[in-house]
Design a protein around this ligand. Structure first.
Ligand SMILES: [Cu+2]
Length: 258
């Protein structure tokens, strides 16, 4: 049983790397990216993963080495205490600081594109998170939200045109939620009393998951929906269809003073 703990700890970096290598064969990878800006986010993600991965492996190997070398069973001499090394302290403070500063600067463009520069267009829909559903309100024929011809849907299906800039308004009716579109690499916290915006451009048609990424109550797990990206004509057709269904129901407009 000599060296047991050092060998056990050596399994951590080996297991970590092995998991990373076999994950693609079990399809445990990032979901398919269908957005125009997603590649930048993925590159950033992989860059940070490789960087922290390298630090992880080195740290674990150093840990293993010291455990091996100073194994209690093979070292009977008493422990010698040191009062530390000033130069070492400086090095391991400055290195992480410089690395973090580099990441902060390196990711600035990605952040600005995703979170700071919305396209100058009218919203395609308003998304409302509620326990436990995503509701969608489309502006209808006049392109203006909160008017008589709005289309309100509570079936958890959001329809949007593909290959076009999309702008969504996001609100909450009750508690904190998080509107997460894994295939578009976007996630936005939804805060009661606040209206926020989200924008993106999808480059592939099809249906993709909408998930709530903030624990919001007992039904959090079922707070899911689908977003469908349609070619322009199909999208227009879908809006007309939903408007026709809508005409049989009354739309509740928000209170004036809200
Ligand atoms: Cu939720």
């Amino acid at each position: 049983m000599k060296r047991f703990w050092s060998l056990l700890f050596l399994l951590v970096p080996i297991g970590g790397v092995a998991t990373f290598l076999v994950a693609p064969y079990f399809n445990i990878v990032l979901p398919r990216d269908v957005s125009v800006h997603g590649r930048v986010i993925d590159n950033l993600f992989m860059f940070i993963l490789y960087l922290t991965g390298a630090v992880f492996i080195v740290t674990e190997l150093v840990l293993f080495y010291f455990m091996w070398k100073y194994d209690a069973k093979s070292n009977s001499k008493p422990v010698k205490y040191s009062h530390g090394s000033h130069s070492l302290e400086i090095v391991w403070t400055i290195l992480p600081a410089v690395t973090l500063l580099f990441i902060a600067i390196y990711q600035m463009d990605a952040w600005a594109t995703a979170k700071m520069n919305p396209p100058n267009i009218k919203p395609h829909a308003e998304v409302t998170g509620r326990q436990f559903n995503w509701d969608f309100r489309y502006p209808g024929g006049d392109d203006e939200l909160y008017t008589e011809d709005d289309i309100v849907r509570t079936d958890g299906k959001l329809y949007l045109p593909v290959d076009e800039d999309i702008l969504l308004k996001i609100t909450s009716a009750d508690v904190l939620h998080s509107f997460f579109l894994p295939n578009l690499r976007l996630k936005q916290d939804v805060v009661p009393g606040m209206t926020q915006s989200m924008w993106f451009k999808a480059k592939k048609t099809g249906g993709y998951d909408i998930v709530c990424a903030e624990l919001c109550g007992w039904g959090h797990y079922k707070m899911k929906g689908r977003v469908f990206f349609l070619p322009r004509e199909e999208y227009d057709q879908k809006i007309l269809e939903m408007a026709a269904e809508q005409n049989t129901m009354r739309v509740d407009l928000p209170d004036e003073d809200e």
